[in-house]
Design a protein around this ligand. Structure first.
Ligand SMILES: [Zn+2]
Length: 75
């Protein structure tokens, strides 16, 4: 619990004086979530928000693909 991983941009928090890292999306801190991914500046996202974002992205992609498929059928 409470692991902080560098994000895809290699973000890292300066580990100052036991200061917890908070998720920029839901506001939970590193001790309340399984994994916290650090952004390039003072931003971070927790595993729960990553899961939610992944669902939103997947839904958007499915929507786009359905629209594209429907458009192809019109021709
Ligand atoms: Zn979060």
């Amino acid at each position: 619990m409470g692991a902080i991983s560098p994000g895809p941009l290699g973000g890292r928090f300066k580990r100052g004086a036991g200061e917890p890292v908070y998720c920029s999306f839901c506001g939970l801190n590193q001790h309340e979530v399984e994994t916290m991914i650090a952004g390039p500046v003072r931003t971070a996202i927790c595993d729960r928000c990553v899961d939610q974002c992944a669902e939103i992205v997947a839904a958007k992609r499915a929507e786009k693909e359905a629209t594209a498929a429907a458009g192809a059928n019109d021709d």
